[in-house]
Design a protein around this ligand. Structure first.
Ligand code: ADP
Ligand code: MG
Length: 256
């Protein structure tokens, strides 16, 4: 990290491609994506179904690897890493949140969060305190001994958020996190994300096609057919609140 040439950049990609091969068929889900997202930003990635959002998010989080191109996360060139390095990095540095929550049904909210810390080797009292703290941050103290089926969709997503926070990640990636929630609950969750970005010193990228996010994020990027769409609605989607140029897009016009 001492040689990070992009000190304020959390996420940077250079011409990333992801080509899926199924038999003789090739599908290019990403076709040369260039983007930069500054540290401490709450950014949204929007685009139609099939535009490549999940593929891009998975590449940024090391769940998938690009076929070509470069990805730097806090200056680390993760595109060149082995599966083993990526696995360790993901566990220690990245928080993931998914549409369908991904909780283990037989474990309580507390146990679901604690499991992540257990896997990272956090012991005893520290593990207990961190788990309680994360559940408190998402407002679930009263519900921590309930299992997922005893919780509402919004509460389940809060457990997943607590779990994503458990390792103090610098980067949180969320894929359609409000896709299964009604709009009131979706707003509560987006407000919570915003609060987390302000208070926890994280960079947060949310993939969605939900227009509600426009009221919460600092910046919106658009993906269209596997490329960043600079002609998209991005120009008028930058909220007034984004006084600091938190995100630097590849397009100088978009930030000016
Ligand atoms: P989005 O999340 O925006 O809906 P995806 O990243 O899931 O888009 O998909 C982008 C494109 O890549 C789509 O055409 C999809 O069919 C294709 N795709 C995604 N995953 C795979 C896969 N594992 N194998 C083959 N094609 C895939
Ligand atoms: Mg998707």
């Amino acid at each position: 990290m001492e040689n990070n040439p992009y000190p304020n950049t959390a996420i940077e990609t250079e011409e990333i491609w992801r080509v899926y091969k199924t038999g003789s068929l090739e599908v290019a889900a990403l076709k040369g994506v260039n983007l930069q997202i500054a540290q401490g930003t709450f950014a949204a990635l929007k685009g139609r179904s099939g535009s490549g959002k999940t593929t891009l998010l998975n590449c940024l989080g090391g769940l998938d690897s690009p076929t070509d191109g470069k990805i730097r996360i806090f200056g680390e060139e993760i595109h060149s890493w082995s599966e083993r390095q990526l696995t360790r990095w993901r566990r220690e540095q990245v928080g993931f949140i998914f549409q369908s929550f991904g909780l283990l049904p037989s474990l309580s909210a507390f146990e679901n969060v604690e499991l992540i810390l257990r896997m990272s080797g956090v012991k005893g009292r520290e593990r207990h305190e961190k788990t309680v703290h994360c559940l408190d941050l998402v407002g679930l103290t009263r519900w921590m001994h309930h299992r997922p089926f005893e919780l509402s969709g919004g509460q389940q997503q809060r457990v997943a958020i607590a779990r994503a926070l458990a390792n103090d990640p610098k980067l949180i990636l969320a894929d359609e996190p409000t896709g299964e929630l009604d709009s009131t609950t979706a707003r509560e969750i987006l407000g919570l994300f915003q609060q987390i970005v302000r208070e926890q010193n994280v960079t947060f990228l949310v993939v969605t096609h939900d227009n509600l996010v426009d009221d919460y994020v600092d910046y919106v990027l658009f993906l269209k057919d596997g490329q960043i769409d600079l002609e998209g609605q991005g120009h008028d989607a930058v909220p007034e609140a984004a006084s600091a140029p938190a995100v630097v897009n590849a397009d100088p016009v978009a930030s000016g």
